[in-house]
Design a protein. Structure first.
Length: 233
């Protein structure tokens, strides 16, 4: 079985799930920061069989050298009893609340099969607890709107509509199903109003993206939006 991987924007008895970590800023009291973890659910023994359990731990302490076990035993265990793993390859999310505003956190994820064979540790994800809310007005209107990619499935090229309420710094990227950044579509300040993001179906290195599931991700003013796209070659 593979093993999971955490990422800030990625288990070896169990399949490795690429865990993407990103900040999803919400309106909360100043003392209650939050962040959202994302990862691609792993499979059992590299097959389509799903895993049964997750174990997620976070801490404000970093890992000393290679002593991950000591860190793991001392870290805070996040309740996951109500988190049923999805089918392999599915995007999973978990909102962490009650964080300390401005504090730096470290997170590691493990997964297990039905016989409680646990995976190895994922990589270490780091993030900052955030409480601010930007890009959302008093009525709760979304600060930006990201349309569905078209066409999807696609054999290569695709366009995505993006509407911004005002001028803001935008980072538009493509991630693969393992949570790895494979292409940057735009990075910089865009004017308010409608835009069209273009993906030519290629990776940053220039080669064509292989068949599979990808995610178009746009981050602007503390808001993160994602849309799934399927490439068929």
């Amino acid at each position: 079985m593979g093993y999971p991987r955490l990422r800030l924007a990625p288990f070896c008895l169990l399949s490795f799930a690429a865990l993407v970590l990103s900040l999803f800023i919400t309106a909360r009291p100043a003392s209650a920061a939050s962040a959202t973890l994302l990862w691609t659910s792993p499979g059992d023994n590299g097959s389509a069989a799903r895993v049964y359990y997750y174990d997620l731990r976070i801490s404000t302490s970093s890992i000393t050298g290679t002593d991950t076990l000591s860190w793991w035993n001392a870290a805070t265990r996040i309740p996951m009893a109500g988190k049923t793993p999805l089918a392999p390859g599915s995007l999973e999310t978990l909102v962490l609340t009650g964080l300390i505003n401005g504090a730096k956190y470290y997170a590691i994820l493990k997964s297990a099969d039905s016989q409680l064979n646990w995976s190895r540790y994922s990589n270490v994800a780091t993030f900052i607890g955030v409480t601010a809310i930007t890009g959302v007005d008093a009525a709760g209107v979304p600060g930006l709107v990201l349309g569905a990619p078209r066409p999807s499935p696609t054999t290569g090229r695709a366009d995505v509509n993006l509407d911004l309420p005002s001028s803001m710094n935008v980072e538009a990227s493509v991630f693969d199903a393992q949570g790895r950044l494979v292409r940057t579509l735009d990075h910089g300040v865009l004017a308010g109003g409608p835009h069209i993001l273009h993906w030519d179906g290629r990776l940053d290195q220039g080669q064509s993206a292989v068949s599979g599931v990808y995610w178009i991700r746009v981050a602007a003013a503390g808001i993160i939006k994602r849309q799934k796209i399927v490439v068929v070659r």
